[in-house]
Ligand binder design. Structure first.
Ligand code: HEM
Length: 315
């Protein structure tokens, strides 16, 4: 395989090495067939033992063997036995590296939960009453305006910080092995954060919320396979009365049922699902060896040499 890389610069399909006569070509072809057979055998083996595949290992960590050292390691690396990690990479926890965005996103979630529970004391998810409650909260309830604005601004900020966190993770290459699974958990958290924002929009039952949800659910109606107006919708006998828009609104118009559904998704279902995923996310950061940390700086000419021990400069 190394020859083949050098012959085509590592790009595209393998090409035979330059040489004279059909003998060289036949030898090369034989090698390629051998390689292919080896790959097929490897793939077959991995199907028989899925726990050896990279996909499996990215989700579940391998067991320790039964030595004293391994057992001690098992306790030290267990999040429940040992809440704080025994060792952390000093450079990985610098704000310069993480921007603190994951942590800030989590704190904003806590602010939203607290202010959200307090808001629930003043809000009824029913037509007519919902908007009145907001007016009452803003004008008569002591600190009501502050409470509502804290919730609203924390929600806007959380959407911004979650994107920045994802951007940082991407820039530092922290989505790569062994953190692929946590990246996927993160994608789910991103979607849940956006859904929290979206479902909260309708709750004041004002013009802004009404039209935002009208536009959002009409987009859902145009989704392939799920929406009555989307590609293949008609062929699958999906109508405005059984499609995804209907499920989201609890009917075919944005009305009382939609308000109640948005309320339940926003205040109960999505926060619980997001909390579970956050628990898994933090647990995985720990299991993947802590926050990734900056890679040691290397010159291109040193790439083939053995990696020297990393001694970061004292700041
Ligand atoms: C509610 C949303 C989220 C919260 C509360 C959250 C929280 C955190 C926290 C506290 C960390 C530790 C390091 C740091 O603070 O940067 C972290 C790491 C990580 N997050 Fe998130 N995160 C969220 C969403 C996401 C998203 C959208 C992605 C990517 C799609 C993601 C992928 C990762 C990965 C791969 C790591 C490990 C990074 C490393 O080791 O350097 N997270 N997250």
């Amino acid at each position: 395989m190394a020859d083949q890389k050098s012959d085509n610069g590592g790009k595209g399909a393998p090409v035979p090495p330059g040489g004279k006569g059909p003998g060289v070509f036949a030898k090369w072809l034989k090698e390629q067939i051998q390689n292919l057979k080896g790959r097929v055998k490897e793939e077959g083996e991995s199907l028989k033992r899925p726990e050896k595949t990279q996909l499996f290992k990215s989700m579940f960590r391998v067991k320790h063997d039964d030595s004293d050292r391994s057992r001690a390691l098992g306790v030290l690396s267990n999040v429940f036995f040992h809440l704080h990690p025994a060792k952390i990479n000093r450079d990985a926890v610098r704000y310069r590296f993480t921007w603190g965005m994951g942590g800030i996103t989590f704190y904003l979630f806590l602010v939203l939960t607290l202010t959200g529970v307090l808001l629930m004391y003043y809000y009824h998810p029913t037509k007519g009453q919902a908007y009145q409650d907001i007016i009452y909260l803003m004008s008569d309830v002591p600190f009501g305006k502050l409470l509502r604005n804290m919730h609203r601004w924390a929600a806007h900020l959380m959407v911004i910080t979650v994107w920045l966190h994802m951007f940082r993770v991407f820039l530092t290459g922290s989505y790569k092995k062994p953190r692929e699974f946590n990246w996927c958990v993160g994608v789910v958290l991103l979607v849940l954060t956006l859904l929290l924002s979206f479902t909260g929009y309708l709750l004041p039952d004002d013009q802004l919320g009404f039209w935002a949800v009208t536009v959002g659910t009409t987009m859902a109606q145009n989704t392939p396979l799920l929406g009555s107006l989307g590609p293949l919708g008609r062929q699958l006998h999906i109508t405005p009365y059984n499609d995804v828009r209907f499920a989201l609104l609890g009917g075919s118009i944005v009305d009382a049922n939609a308000l109640l559904r948005a309320y339940i998704w926003h205040c109960i279902a999505i926060p619980i699902i997001a909390s579970v995923f956050m628990g898994v996310h933090f647990w995985r950061v720990r299991k993947d060896g802590g926050i990734s940390g900056p890679a040691p700086v290397m010159l291109a000419s040193d790439m083939d040499k053995p990696v020297p021990p990393y001694n970061p400069p004292k700041m």
